[in-house]
Design a protein around this ligand. Structure first.
Ligand SMILES: [Zn+2]
Ligand SMILES: [Zn+2]
Length: 415
């Protein structure tokens, strides 16, 4: 009886997505053609929130004090609440090279399809506009301010060159380093100078030697943003911006210390001063909800898609997301849908082009259906909800990436 009811609700949701498929694809393309970096996604947030308001949602714009967030609610207030996250930030200088136009449009489609189903079946849906996934940690701020409180599940779909429901998602920290030396005429009085660029480059080379001895799940990468002002001047200041990632927060703490040691050694060698700041918030590794992932995978297979098990994907193919932090608070999944050939990789101009290709457009529609069907599973399967809650009801180790001080980044100073 319940199975028939679930099947009927899923058919209704899929039909609702099909009825607006062209519009969802048009919205995906519209987001793509107006790329906005994190916390500046005014057009995207207004577009999605406006459409949700017309689709029967009660919409809070600028939700939880974030100007480009929104929260849209529909369904039975006391029912199990499924949070569907819409990302829509672009990468500065690269447009939608991570394909968040697809994340936003698919989340919108799922929400619109669920709006008319939620109340009759006693469910609640929140479509949450989550800004600044690419480094700004929008979901972490939203989680801190209660956006996921009491949620039965949180989910989204994200594009990739491959398809899997449980991608490898590691903990990550961002580091800003500045080296401070002393300016001097680089030819007449070089001995009077302290070369801040040398200090930074030596630290950078220290990272290069460190990499040989890292686990496949440890990653260190970054850029030098400031290397001086003129070739005739000994650089008095140099700066860089780096990311450090590990399989979990404990490993990340150790790797952070090794990275800092490399920069300290560079500064020591050049006689410069080092100022290092770890940016808050930090991203936690993803703690996939296995029961929810299984439900989502069945729904993707019902749509004719073929997600591969995580064991088939090398652990080194890991990224990071602010949904990782959410997954330590409520059951969450982060399925990836294939939109490009395997050799077209995210964060490249080619991937940005594929983000509006035919496979991307199919991912918008199938992603909306898969999210909606999985939300229906959550609403109508009490045993699934109990299984999802189980890991959260037992004593747990502390969240693996510690929340840094609300007052900002931690600073490390040394010569
Ligand atoms: Zn990305
Ligand atoms: Zn992304």
């Amino acid at each position: 009886m319940n199975e028939a009811r679930i099947a009927a609700a899923k058919r209704r949701a899929c039909a609702a997505v099909d009825a607006i498929a062209d519009e969802l694809v048009a919205i995906s393309h519209e987001l793509h053609s107006h790329p906005e970096p994190g916390y500046h996604e005014r057009h995207a947030a207004a577009l999605l929130a406006g459409r949700l308001a017309r689709g029967g949602f009660a919409v809070q714009r600028h939700a939880f004090g974030l100007p480009t967030a929104f929260a849209a609610h529909a369904g039975t207030p006391a029912g199990p609440r499924v949070v569907i996250c819409c990302e829509y930030d672009a990468i500065p200088g690269m447009g939608h090279a991570c394909g968040h136009n697809i994340v936003g449009a698919a989340g919108l489609g799922a929400g619109l399809a669920l709006a008319g189903i939620a109340a009759p079946v006693g469910g609640r849906v929140t479509v949450l506009g989550t800004p600044a996934e690419e480094g700004g940690g929008g979901k972490i701020l939203l989680a801190d301010r209660g956006a996921f409180a009491g949620a039965a599940a949180a989910m989204l779909v994200h594009p990739a060159p491959y398809e899997t429901v449980r991608p490898h998602i590691n903990a990550a920290s961002t580091l800003h380093v500045t080296t401070i030396g002393r300016a001097a005429h680089a030819s007449m009085f070089p001995e009077a100078g302290v070369n801040a660029l040398d200090a930074l480059v030596l630290g950078y080379l220290g990272l290069a030697t460190l990499r040989q001895h890292l686990a496949p799940t440890d990653k260190v990468h970054g850029i030098i943003t400031d290397g001086g002002t003129a070739p005739s001047v000994v650089p008095a200041r140099a700066a860089g911006w780096f990311m450090v990632r590990s399989a979990n927060g404990t490993d990340l703490v150790r790797l952070r210390q090794r990275v800092l040691a490399a920069f300290r050694a560079g500064a020591l060698s050049a006689g410069a001063r080092l100022v290092a700041q770890w940016q808050w918030p930090q991203y936690a590794e993803m703690r996939h909800s296995l029961p929810l992932a299984v439900a989502c995978e069945e729904n993707l297979r019902a749509l004719g898609r073929h997600p591969v098990p995580p064991e088939r994907i090398p652990v080194s193919r890991a990224a990071s997301t602010d949904l990782g932090n959410v997954s330590h608070l409520v059951p969450a999944i982060h399925p990836k849908l294939a939109i490009s050939p395997p050799d077209v990789v995210p964060h490249s101009p080619a991937f940005a082009r594929w983000a509006v290709g035919p496979a991307a457009d199919r991912a918008v529609v199938d992603g909306a259906k898969a999210l909606a069907m999985t939300a229906i599973d959550v609403w109508l399967r009490p045993r699934l909800r109990a299984a999802m809650r189980y890991p959260f009801s037992r004593p747990r180790p502390p969240v693996s990436v510690p929340r840094a001080s609300r007052h900002g980044a931690s600073a490390v100073r040394g010569r």
